[in-house]
Write a protein that binds this ligand. Structure first.
Ligand SMILES: [Zn+2]
Length: 74
């Protein structure tokens, strides 16, 4: 339902600790590294590259809260 401001804080949390996460090859979700299957699409292939996780987190975080990152730089 509606906007989820948590998305931006979730992205910030991921960006603070990108090595704890990986990106699902099936749907692009960011999941905890210890997860065996993607909770969204049940794929079992992941990209564990930190740079990929960071890139994906930025995309997810900017979708609904671009202004949050802007404020961070003030
Ligand atoms: Zn998935």
């Amino acid at each position: 339902m509606g906007a989820t401001p948590d998305r931006a804080s979730a992205a910030a949390k991921i960006l603070a600790q990108p090595s704890d996460y990986k990106v699902c090859e099936g749907c692009g979700s960011i999941v905890l590294k210890k997860a065996l299957l993607c909770p969204n699409c049940h794929a079992y292939r992941f990209d564990e590259a930190v740079s990929r996780v960071q890139q994906q987190a930025e995309v997810l975080g900017s979708r609904e809260a671009a202004s949050v990152t802007k404020d961070d730089y003030n």
